[in-house]
Design a protein around this ligand. Sequence first.
Ligand SMILES: NC(=O)c1ccc[n+]([C@@H]2O[C@H](COP(=O)([O-])OP(=O)(O)OC[C@H]3O[C@@H](n4cnc5c(N)ncnc54)[C@H](O)[C@@H]3O)[C@@H](O)[C@H]2O)c1
Ligand SMILES: [Zn+2]
Length: 357
Amino acid sequence: VSEALVIQSHRGPYSVRFSQGTLRQLADESFEKRHFIIDANVATIYREDLEPILRTASTLVIEATEPAKTLDRFTGYVETLVSQSVRRDHLIVAIGGGIIQDITAFLATTLLRGVPWEFYPTTLLAQADSCIGSKSSINVGSAKNILGTYCPPGRITIDPELLQTLAEVDVCSGIGEMLKVHAIAGPSHFDEIAAVYEQLLSDRNILRHFINRSLEIKKAIIEADEFDTGVRNVMNYGHSFGHAIEAASDFAVPHGIAVTIGMDLANHVAVQLGRVSRDYFNRMHSTLMTNSRGFHSVEIPQDRFFAALGKDKKNVGAQLSLILPDAAGVPQRTVIDNTQVFRGACVNYFFEVLKDG
Ligand SMILES: NC(=O)c1ccc[n+]([C@@H]2O[C@H](COP(=O)([O-])OP(=O)(O)OC[C@H]3O[C@@H](n4cnc5c(N)ncnc54)[C@H](O)[C@@H]3O)[C@@H](O)[C@H]2O)c1
Ligand SMILES: [Zn+2]
């Protein structure tokens, strides 16, 4: 076990540690006063390691789908935990990706007005990005991530070995968020991770190094602005566009891949608006295209794309609030008019740039 990071939050400090063989170790510990919320795929793949937990502990096994984090489903989760006599001095242990994280964090903040929780992230997106930052978001009907709280886990344990069973598309989705946070840190940081892109998928030491780097970069930003009222805004680089791509494609494009395309589109728009040179766009373009390969011909109806963009919760009146690179190549919050030039740049991107790869 190695202590990697300590994050400061409004609930006090919490730690992120790297470890191996974590599921087996967890299963060897006492289950007294513990409740487990486990991703169904993880429960199946790691059935042997988790067997004692699945057989004897208070356990909720949940299929990690978007409907699973819809408000309606929480009645069932609460009833199960209450039937297992959950108390405020118990611990809820989450094992899974961002969906299991959101469900557990929301329950942990609201159930009995607060039950401590710990997180064992099992997707790259959760290990390299979402596990820190305190946020939980759940869906209500078709309104995605509309209810939420701020409540970090007491402790996070990252076991990169678990990523070996992750589907390639989920690996690329996680890499999308890693590319984002490196771009936010500045062009030299982006170039550093882009230079080893292929090894990220094949060399676990390199992957682990960049998971750690991604968390270090994010740590500095969330500690400065945990409640997302200022500098943390930049973490939305690629996200306004990314969310619109997700919505317009009926979520055919996974989150981190939509963000990857969203960053490329943000760079393209910034070139068209005269904010950065074409060189800046070109520098990132090939890596972003590689990471989003397989999703370039997904149908993205323009009317739905612009409607979703117009509804982004960060907008200011009729103006769009976007994160675009500035003259120094660092993404910054920018409020722009929803002009013909802007829309033309987006349409041009989908029809010319993305289709050509
Ligand atoms: N709270 C936050 O700060 C935050 C941040 C970003 C995203 N999110 C949310 O996270 C969700 C996406 O999370 P995600 O990308 O981590 O994916 P996920 O939780 O949807 O999991 C993706 C898939 O991987 C499977 N899986 C998980 N671990 C595995 C493993 N080790 N081996 C094999 N398969 C495994 C899951 O069963 C699922 O099929 C979205 O709902 C998003 O809104 C939350
Ligand atoms: Zn994201």
